[in-house]
Design a protein around this ligand. Sequence first.
Ligand code: SF4
Ligand code: SF4
Length: 696
Amino acid sequence: MLTPVEKIIFIVLALTSAGLTFHGFNVVIASIRKGRPAPELKNVPASLVKAAITVLFQRTIFKARKGLSAIHMGLFFGLITYAFVNLFDALEGLVPGFDLVYGGKHLPNAPTGLINAFNLIADVMSVFLLIAITVFFVRRFIVKDKALDYRENILLNPKVKAGGQARDSLIVDVFVVMHVIAHVLSQSFRLTEGADPFMPFASFLNSIFGASETGVHVAWWVSLGWVMFIIPYLSRSKHTHFFMSPVNLGLSKQNPRGQLDPAIPLKMIEGQKYDPGAKVIYDLAWTRVMDAYACVQCNRCQDVCPANFYQRPLSPSALEVNKRYLLKEATFGSHPDRLLIPLTESVISPEAVWSCTTCYACVRVCPVGNEPMADIVDIRRRMLIDGYELDSGVQNALQSLAANGNWMSKGKRLRGRWAKEMEFPVKNAIEEPVEHLWFVGDTASFDERVIPNTKMVARIFNQAGLDFGIMYQNESNAGNDVRRVGEEGLFEQLVEQNMEAFGKAQFKQIVTTDPHSFNTLKNEYPQFGGKFEVKHYTVTLLKLIEEGKLTIKNKLTNYKVTFHDPCYLGRYNGGFTAPRKLLELLGVEFVEMPRNCENSFCCGAGGGQIWMGKVAPGERPAENRIKEALTTFGESANTKTQLFIVTCPKDMIMYSDAVKTTGSEGRIEVRDIIQLVAEAVGVEESVVAESTPSPA
Ligand code: SF4
Ligand code: SF4
């Protein structure tokens, strides 16, 4: 179809486009390689294949925004189809007689059925692409969906503030629309023999505009000429994600969710000296430099961020977007010096760094496997080393942890005081062997508001005949939140103290009441040689009931309850089933809040937030959660007592406060699951019976 001169022009254009594209991706890859060594990845080919399948079926995008995700899925398949459409269009232009309309009937030995099927798919996909692009265009430019925006207090690259993302989207939207329309018009102009039933959209246009040799020519050039310009542009725009997100997914975190990367790479580049954490962008592991190129800039992570909800200046997506713009300015632009700007001045503000609750929701929801939270922890690590002035509450907590092994400024010897007040001896696991070593944690050991529940756990274990003990003053804080605050040195000190204690004790497994301790003991102590079987107390309780060691005497049918999944039990470690099974066995009426399991909403205490002295104004995540529970229960008159069930000592405090501050007393009560178990198995009754003197 093309004249010889046009063919030469097209080939020169195609080669130039390929060269610019190659250069673009070379720059991208070179900049990724400048990041620090990442934790070793195992079986990369298999991971990449798995990622390709994930991308093909668009599995990860449906974690949120289901309707828009379905449209995005169609867009994805449309673009894949168009990769073939463009190939065949190029052949139609370059190879004389190559024509796929009417099932390719003018081609010798053409597989007519296959061609008709392809033509039909391409035609339908053309319509779908136009609809999908229109939806996304209307969303961004007409409706101006707030989910795509950032709040004023969030640090943004000046180019993002000036509308860089919108311009990028507009360019690609206009390209897709022009490209698709030009392609379908080019096909419609080819229909010299009237309608082709396998090309309904092209046939419709043919009925309006008719066939035209010139039309084919012009439309062909508009369609494929655009492609020559847009492909090199992609590596310089946010649409790099078309190519980088599958790779990023394939090379994403392989170690357990609850295990942070070390502060200094385990595998060093020879001759290179590393300071802990990250000050500038190339202090991040290369996999997390790549996150910026893989980011779809969809803001799903911002939607689920409790700190963002709480009006704090944190947006995990802004972090990735800022990284992307910084890299673009330094690599494609003329500002390589910007790579030396501290991350706290270029991608995330210090206030935002210290707002993160390390809830993992951003990482979990990200469709391309990004880890903004890990960047934040690395930035914290370096800020601490560089002498950043911490919030006074965090400062006090860390000082107490260093001196006393707990954050509550209590003497070590007081850790086991609650146990000495029990009506039966609680074994010291350092002095005598036990089957279950109960790692109690700071809040459950020291906080007067939680100690009654701690004692209840002990009574139930005792009633069930569980062979358990605690480490009394030899237990130190497990260090989960210390590590997430960025104090790697103190974390290691706490690990060392606990490992020494574990070394003295004899036990078969560890049971914890605190999900934070549970997480680090299970996932991070193995990095220090501490490989233990670690269970959360909900699992232990369930087992005791299932084995008949605890008998449910009273079904708790008078309660209507909902359950809050703590981040470090649920999202981090998949501990969703045991609490729900327990509630079922207890006979309560259970209703699930909309945000549950993986999608649970953080209480706002993690990552050291519970230690913060300053409380920001605005509705706190825990208050929002209590409102969610009340909405779930409904406004109708309820004869049952409405309970908000927790399985974390910190949650007990956070949500009890939130009930008060939201004025919800009398409508909902916060209870630890152990209180319900105690009521159901009649532990309190037996205690009373034991301690009541017999009548003379
Ligand atoms: S870990 Fe949680 S609080 Fe931190 S950035 Fe991600 S979603 Fe926000
Ligand atoms: S980090 Fe992930 S979830 Fe957040 S904007 Fe980027 S792609 Fe979306």
